[in-house]
Design a binder for this molecule. Structure first.
Ligand code: 3PG
Ligand code: MG
Length: 376
C-alpha cells in the first residue's frame, strides 16, 4: 500500500477548483477519554481534538464550512447522554470556532453496520469528505468507508502523517529497529508480533502478556493474569523465532498476602505480577537506547498504581531520551507518556491504538482502501 495513491487535501482542492463556500464533512476520531459524573461527562485528555486542528484550520482558511463527525465510546446504536458530543463540541469551539459537530455517529446502528442508507444521510448536502480519523480507520464503518464513493474525498493531515510514519516502520526503518510491546492481552497482539518479527531486529515484551510467554516457558506465574488458550501459540513462537525476544528477568507485584514483592521469573502460588522488575526495566531501557528506530505499544505494568508504574516509566523515559526515531502507539502507552510529561519528547505519538497495530500488521486499513477507491 502506498500513501501516494491516496488523495491529499491539495488534490481535493485542485479537483474542486476552490473550497470556498463548500461544506466539507471531516470524519475525526474524537473518541476522547472522559470522566463521568452522573449524566454529564468531562474530557480528561483532548489530544485527539488538538490533533485534528491542522486539517480543520487548513479547510477553514480556504473558506470551507467544516462539519465534523465522530463516534464517542460504544453506545451500540442508541442515544445515551453519557456519550453525547456536547463536551467535545464545547472544547472544539474554544480551539477552532465555527465548526459544526454532528452528534455521536454510534447513536445510530447504521454506523457500525455500514448501512448505505446511513452513509447517504451523512453525505446529504456535503460537497466533499475528508478522513482524518486515523484511530477509527481500521473499522469498516459507514462514516469511514462509505462517503468516498459518493463525494470527492481525501485524507486529512493527521491521517497522512500517521500512515507515512507507520508505513515507514514496515518498509524502511533505520536499524537496529526495536519494538517494545506491553499490555494485558497477547491475543490482541499476536498478529502484530508476527508481522513485526519480519521487520524488527529485536522485540521486548512486558505487561501482563509476558505471563502467557512465561507459562509457555514452563515458569510458575502464581495468580498473574494470562491467557491459557494462547500458551501453545506463544510456545511455538518462541521455538521458531529467529530474532531476539527479550522477556522480563524480574517482576514486581503482590505476594499471597497482598504485600509488595519482587521476584525472579518464577512466581510462587498466590503471587501476582503487576509490573516488570527494576532489572528488566533497565535492560529494556538499554535495548531502546541502543536502537535507531523504536516502536512502543502497551504499558509494562499497571502504571495507574504508583507502586507498579516504575517499569512503564523507565521504558517511557528511555523512549523519550534516545536519539532513535521513536513512535508510540496510541491508547494506554500514549496516556502513560502524557502522565509522565514525556509526550513532547517522542517523534510520533499515534492517535490510534488498534489502528496503528493493524496498519503495522496488514500494511493497509479499510479507511485507506476506501480513499484509494478500492472496493471494500
Ligand atoms: C479507539 O479509541 O481505539 C478508536 O476511536 C476506535 O474505537 P473503537 O475501538 O470503539 O472502535
Ligand atoms: Mg481501541
Amino acid at each position: 500500500m502506498s500513501v501516494a495513491a491516496i488523495p491529499t487535501l491539495e488534490d481535493l482542492e485542485a479537483r474542486l477548483g476552490s473550497l470556498a463556500g463548500k461544506r466539507i464533512l471531516v470524519r475525526t476520531d474524537f473518541n476522547v477519554p472522559q470522566e463521568c459524573d452522573g449524566d454529564t461527562s468531562r474530557i480528561t485528555d483532548d489530544f485527539r481534538i488538538r490533533a485534528a486542528l491542522p486539517t480543520i484550520e487548513w479547510l477553514q482558511e480556504r473558506g470551507a464550512t467544516v462539519v465534523t463527525a465522530s463516534h464517542l465510546g460504544r453506545p451500540r446504536g442508541t442515544a445515551n447522554t453519557k456519550f453525547s458530543m456536547d463536551p467535545v463540541r464545547a472544547r472544539l469551539a474554544e480551539l477552532a470556532p465555527g465548526v459544526e459537530v454532528l452528534e455521536n455517529l454510534r447513536f445510530d446502528a447504521g454506523e457500525e453496520a455500514n448501512d448505505p442508507a446511513f452513509t447517504a444521510n451523512l453525505v446529504r448536502g456535503i460537497d466533499a469528505y475528508v478522513n482524518d480519523a486515523f484511530g477509527a480507520s481500521h473499522r469498516a464503518h459507514a462514516s469511514i468507508v462509505g462517503p468516498p464513493s459518493h463525494v470527492p474525498s481525501a485524507m486529512g493531515r493527521l491521517l497522512q502523517r500517521e500512515v507515512e510514519v507507520l508505513t515507514a516502520l514496515r518498509t524502511n526503518p533505520k536499524r537496529p529497529f526495536v519494538a517494545v510491546l506491553g499490555g494485558a492481552k497477547v491475543s490482541d497482539k499476536l498478529g502484530v508480533i508476527d508481522a513485526l518479527l519480519d521487520t524488527v531486529d529485536a522485540l521486548a515484551i512486558g505487561g501482563a502478556m509476558c505471563f502467557t510467554f512465561f507459562a509457555a516457558l514452563g515458569h510458575p506465574i502464581g495468580d498473574s493474569l494470562f491467557e491459557p488458550d494462547q500458551v501453545d501459540t506463544c510456545r511455538r513462537l518462541l521455538d521458531t523465532v529467529t530474532k531476539p525476544i527479550h522477556l522480563p528477568s524480574d517482576i514486581t507485584g503482590l505476594d499471597a498476602n497482598g504485600r509488595y514483592a519482587t521476584y525472579r521469573t518464577r512466581l510462587p502460588d498466590g503471587a501476582k505480577g503487576l509490573d516488570i522488575g527494576p532489572g528488566s526495566a533497565a535492560a529494556f531501557g538499554d535495548v531502546v537506547m541502543e536502537a535507531r528506530t523504536v516502536f512502543w505499544n502497551g504499558p509494562m505494568g499497571m502504571f495507574e498504581d504508583d507502586r507498579f508504574a516504575a517499569g512503564t516509566k523507565t521504558v517511557a523515559q528511555a523512549v523519550a531520551d534516545t536519539k532513535a526515531f521513536t513512535v508510540v502507539g496510541g491508547g494506554d502507552s500514549a496516556a502513560a507518556l502524557a502522565a509522565f510529561g514525556l509526550d513532547d519528547d517522542v517523534d510520533h505519538v499515534s492517535t490510534g491504538g488498534g489502528a496503528s497495530l493493524e496498519l503495522l500488521e496488514h500494511g493497509d486499513l479499510p479507511g485507506l482502501a476506501a480513499l484509494r477507491g478500492d472496493q471494500a
